[in-house]
Design a protein around this ligand. Structure first.
Ligand SMILES: O=C(CO)COP(=O)(O)O
Length: 138
């Protein structure tokens, strides 16, 4: 599955800790990230990650475009709810698209734990089935 990993600055260390803890699971999937988050995750975990632009420079929008193309299966986005972001409209747009396309989204560690454990147990396999069916319907 295609998984996007994103964290605002004050949450980046939490995301690194989280991805390190579940590295064995993430290793089996295709990973994407916004620029700085991806760079730090690659350095700290050694995982292969496709990096988009940095969030304020359009990275959230690039991930949003992937969602609109039905090419993202899960978004883990550790948001900082206590700091204003210059690109807040981009952040809101990304979260909105997750709802439009019913993409599983975790915005904090507690929800991310459940999603990642669910991933391991196959609880998200419906996404693959759904995607296949939609391709057949074309
Ligand atoms: O700002 C972000 C998400 O909105 C994250 O961007 P970076 O990973 O480039 O810091």
């Amino acid at each position: 599955m295609n998984i996007a990993l994103i964290a605002h600055d004050k949450k980046k260390q939490s995301l690194i800790n989280f991805v390190t803890a579940y590295k064995d699971i993430f290793n089996d999937h295709k990973l994407f990230a916004t620029g700085t988050t991806g760079k730090m995750l690659q350095k700290e975990t050694g995982l292969e990650i496709h990096r988009f632009e940095s969030g304020p420079l359009g990275g959230d929008q690039q991930i949003g475009a992937k969602i609109a193309d039905d090419e993202m299966d899960m978004i883990i986005f550790f948001r900082d709810p206590l700091t204003a972001q210059p690109h807040e409209p981009d952040v809101s747009a990304l979260l909105r698209l997750c709802d439009v396309y019913k993409v599983p989204l975790a915005t904090n560690e507690a929800t991310a734990e459940i999603l990642v454990r669910g991933l391991k147990h196959g609880w998200l396999n419906w996404r693959t089935i759904k995607n296949k069916r939609e391709r057949y319907d074309d």
